[in-house]
Write a protein that binds this ligand. Structure first.
Ligand SMILES: Cc1cc2nc3c(=O)[nH]c(=O)nc-3n(C[C@H](O)[C@H](O)[C@H](O)COP(=O)(O)OP(=O)(O)OC[C@H]3O[C@@H](n4cnc5c(N)ncnc54)[C@H](O)[C@@H]3O)c2cc1C
Ligand SMILES: Cc1cc2nc3c(=O)[nH]c(=O)nc-3n(C[C@H](O)[C@H](O)[C@H](O)COP(=O)(O)O)c2cc1C
Length: 466
């Protein structure tokens, strides 16, 4: 069975920025490794006829993109490749495959990505080992060293695999903010599984492309918080860029530190322009953040930056307008919700149905109602046109009773339950440190923990939190 199409792969490769300049190096290293390299931890390597199983867990699309790119690289010699999300039933396939590659990221505070919740609960948290004796695996753990629990989920998974009897084909590779060196080590290991891997891996290198700054508009003049801007960018190439609601951009600003910053795309690709909603970040030492500072303060009309559109399947949604939708967010999180509201408005328009059952409920929070009512006119228009049927705003500086979105959710518990019972989906976008845990706690108190876990696992709750 082969469930990975080369067409998809090409798109993924083009969309994920991986280490072209390391290709020659990798090939050289591969040759060297063939001549007398360090022995793999487990004896023997997969033969060219054995299928390879690739299992991934990804919150914001990077691990998923690398897993797909890995599948593409390994499929070069007509080997069977199976690509699975970690919560899928891959364990039986693992025994047949004999070589399993894991690509997983860490999110929250050392947690697994949302879609991995069911797998984590049933295996790691429950302390239940699988029967993986005789299976060899490789593990690529994505993370960011600025978080205290660096690659925590990757490490946890590694320990569980070994406790389950699986043996590493090579040592776990940990990736800090997609660092090229770690990714080239991964490529090098792939080359021991497939002779053709390095050359196909390097076939596509076009990931970032030049975009220009078009305009910015302050959305919260006079706010007691840091300023938030609508920022408009335009592609320089003639290609018409494509994306869908929920997707992200990675931006490398001029004279930056070489690390891209992610932003949630706030619009649909109607005229090829990307709109972002960016909060000017102020560091603890009072300095302005590098990328947000450039976008909200320094960039002049026509200034160029390198930009890559990143597919973020974990925050995609099939807009079925007959199904209730709850959108919950705060601050710059209005960005991801705005793109989805535009998608819903488009779906309603295209349905041609003047009076469908189309409940959509926005919970949004910021500090001051007078200054921070982000996208106020658009929200009013969506209410008028019934794209939104209910709106609950929380302004922490104005309202001591329901200061934050989670308080508004709790205050409307009964209705929230009814919406969920009638099939509502939930999109959450915004602050990961305070807002997301607050919403999680409120939903668990309203719906019960088990139901929230089920909603997360089935993708009825989808999050873009940062
Ligand atoms: C999936 C995702 C989606 C996102 N969507 C949005 C969005 O829609 N809107 C939005 O406004 N933001 C969004 N963000 C956040 C955004 O990516 C940036 O993190 C944010 O704009 C701050 O970046 P910056 O370059 O301005 O700040 P930085 O310069 O990176 O500073 C941020 C922090 O990094 C540390 N730091 C980094 N470099 C240094 C240094 N040289 N010295 C000292 N400290 C340093 C400090 O702790 C500092 O407070 C998103 C993030 C993710 C992951
Ligand atoms: C809100 C948030 C929380 C994160 N928490 C951690 C963490 O605890 N440990 C870590 O190593 N990396 C952490 N990261 C970094 C991600 O693992 C890293 O960006 C990774 O490349 C994301 O891959 P994905 O897009 O496949 O999810 C976090 C990133 C975000 C945005």
């Amino acid at each position: 069975m082969f469930d990975f199409t080369p067409v998809d792969a090409g798109r993924w490769i083009a969309a994920s920025g991986i280490v072209a300049s390391y290709a020659a190096f990798c090939w050289h290293q591969f040759r060297q490794s063939r001549r007398g390299a360090k022995a793999p931890i487990t004896q023997g390597v997969a033969t060219d006829t054995e299928p390879i199983l690739i299992v991934y867990a990804s919150q914001s699309g990077q691990a998923e993109a690398i897993a797909k790119q890995t599948a593409q690289a390994l499929s070069a010699d007509n080997r069977q490749i199976h690509l699975r999300r970690i919560e899928e039933d891959w364990q039986a396939e693992a025994s047949a495959a004999r070589c399993v590659l894991f690509v997983v990221s860490t999110y929250g505070e050392g947690s697994a990505p949302d879609h991995a919740l069911r797998f984590v609960q049933a295996n790691l948290d429950a302390g239940i080992q699988a029967k993986l004796q005789g299976i060899r695996y490789g593990l690529l753990a994505l993370g960011d060293r600025s978080y205290p629990a660096f690659c925590a989920f990757g490490r946890q998974l590694d320990a569980w695999l070994q406790a389950s009897g699986a043996r590493p084909q090579f040592e776990r590779i940990e990736v800090d903010r997609l660092d090229a060196e770690a990714l080239s080590s991964w490529q090098q290991q792939l080359s021991t599984l497939s002779e053709n891997a390095p050359s196909s891996w390097t076939a596509e290198t076009q990931d970032y492309s030049p975009w220009q700054f078009v305009e910015r508009q302050c959305l919260n003049a006079g706010s007691p918080g840091s300023p938030i801007f609508l920022v408009v960018l335009q592609a320089i190439s003639d290609d018409t860029p494509q994306w869908q609601a929920g997707d992200l951009v990675d931006i490398l600003v001029p004279q930056g530190d070489g690390y891209p910053r992610a932003y949630s795309i706030a619009n649909l690709p109607t005229d090829g322009r990307i709109e972002l909603i960016v909060r000017k970040h102020i560091r603890d030492n009072g300095q302005t953040g590098l990328a947000s500072g450039w976008l909200t303060e320094h960039a002049q009309v026509g200034d160029q930056m390198e930009l890559k559109i990143r597919s973020n399947p974990g925050f995609h949604l099939q807009h079925d307008i007959s199904r209730p939708l709850m959108l919950i967010g705060s601050g710059a999180g209005i960005a991801g919700l705005r793109a989805h509201l535009q998608a819903r408005a488009k779906a309603i328009e295209e349905s041609g149905n003047p009076a469908p059952q189309r409940n959509a409920w926005l919970f949004f929070g910021e500090r001051s109602g007078r200054h921070d009512h982000l996208c106020k006119l658009e929200i009013e228009e969506w209410k008028r046109s019934q794209v939104l049927t209910k709106v609950d705003m929380s302004f922490s500086r104005d309202d001591p009773v329901t200061p934050y979105v989670q308080h508004n959710l709790l205050a409307r518990s009964k209705e929230v339950c009814e919406w969920i019972e009638s099939g509502a989906q939930i999109l959450i976008c915004g602050n990961a440190k305070k807002m997301a845990p607050g919403i999680d706690k409120a939903l668990r108190s309203i719906l019960g923990s088990q139901q929230v876990d089920l909603l997360m696992a089935s993708g009825r709750i989808r999050r873009d939190v940062f």
